[in-house]
Ligand binder design. Structure first.
Ligand SMILES: [Zn+2]
Ligand SMILES: [Zn+2]
Length: 389
């Protein structure tokens, strides 16, 4: 019996687990019930369980044979602060929280792979099942890496997967090299000198300075970034002042920058710093830039991208694999793991039904039909990477 058929026999179990997790969503670093459930299932299957890696993160370990080879398979566990707008029987029981990105499905697919691998042990080496917290902008991937994930649980390669609405169930999509943008948030504090609104000659107006800085920042992408490199720099907030008749002492500019290579993000930061302080000093004011990379760009290793695409093709056929998927301007914090280990990240079809919901939409639901496919792909990656002689 093939792996998909074998895993499909437990499709009902997978669906029940997924719907249970969906009904009880938890936000980043608060995945207590979810991680209890995962730890209990991993232990039931016969995995060694390690908890508290990156706060609520979990690693399950499975060994077979004596080979020192190892692989990491990663899923995310957290939900979003969104009020669910479905009437599904398994809709969120937690007000204002929802699995609107399908991490309930990703977690279930990795649990399905864990159960299969524990039962069959058709590999030689070590499988690390990585359940990461707080993917949605709170740095869960980075927290696990900083907590010694790869020192404690060596992985020759690491693989992740995300559902994609609009792509039919049974199809996969990937690209080699940069696939998802890196993102930074920035704050610029402009300091002038406060004065009476009727006596501007007595002050240095930070509102004017912030306006000039905001305008000048528009030249970073258009004049400093190479036209063939993709980048965006958006000022999304400007705050200053509390009164009609007071020139404030300070003004604050905030926003986000995105790019597909880390060098472009550094180049944006350097040019922002030059413009902010140069423009401010031209007016006799000062500007301080705080530029924080929230997600590095997600970059797929060429060899491992081919490996995961070949593995998926072995399950669903080459016709169902798009190896030249689109660049995605959104970010993904699996990139923290891919910065440390070779690996790849693939998109799995969540269905292309008319009116189907995008992720982060209050009407979204993970498509249970994809569960055996994702679980099979995770399991086959382990069997192929750690193949028996
Ligand atoms: Zn998301
Ligand atoms: Zn997601």
């Amino acid at each position: 019996m093939g792996i998909i058929e074998r895993i499909a026999e437990v499709h009902d179990d997978l669906t029940n687990w997924r719907r249970d997790i969906h009904a009880h969503p938890e936000l980043g670093f608060e995945e207590h019930r979810t991680s209890d459930l995962i730890a209990q299932k991993l232990a039931e299957f016969g995995c060694e369980v390690f908890r508290g890696i990156g706060r609520t993160g979990i690693v399950g370990r499975l060994r077979a044979g004596a080979s020192p080879r190892s692989i990491g398979l990663r899923a995310d566990m957290d939900a979003l602060p969104i009020q669910e707008a479905t009437n599904l029987p398994h809709r969120s029981r937690h007000d204002g929280q929802m699995h609107a990105c399908g991490h309930d499905g990703h977690t279930t697919m990795l649990l399905g792979a864990a159960r299969y691998l524990a039962e069959t042990r058709n590999f030689d080496g070590m499988v690390h099942l990585i359940f990461q917290p707080a993917e949605e902008g709170l740095g869960g991937g980075e927290a696990m890496v900083k907590d010694g994930l790869f020192e404690r649980f060596p992985c020759d390669a690491v693989f992740g997967m995300h559902n994609r609405p609009g792509l039919a169930v049974g199809k996969f999509q990937i690209r080699t090299g940069p696939m998802m943008a890196g993102g930074a948030y920035f704050d610029i504090a402009v300091t002038g000198r406060g004065a009476h609104g009727a006596r501007p000659e007595a002050g240095i107006d930070p509102v004017i300075v912030a306006s000039h800085i905001t305008t000048a920042l528009q030249t970073v992408v258009s004049r400093n970034v190479r036209p063939l490199d993709t980048a965006v720099l958006s000022v999304t907030q400007i705050h200053a002042g509390d009164a009609y008749n007071v020139i404030p002492e300070q003004a604050f500019i905030r926003g986000t920058a995105r790019a597909f290579v880390s060098e472009t993000l550094s180049l944006i930061e350097q040019n922002m710093r030059r413009i902010a302080s140069g423009v401010a000093s031209g007016f006799g004011a000062a500007a301080q830039l705080d530029f924080r990379i929230i997600f590095p760009p997600l970059v797929n290793d060429a060899t491992e991208a081919e490996f995961i695409a070949d593995t998926a093709a072995g399950l669903v056929g080459e016709d169902n694999i798009n190896r030249n998927g689109n660049l995605v301007m959104a970010s993904e914090d699996f990139s923290f793991m891919l910065n440390r280990r070779p690996g790849a990240y693939i998109q799995i079809g969540n269905g292309d039904v008319e009116g189907g919901c995008e992720v982060h939409n209050p009407g979204y639901d993970f498509n249970d039909a994809a569960l055996p496919l994702g679980a099979s792909l995770f399991a086959r990656l382990a069997e192929r990477k750690l193949s028996l002689g």
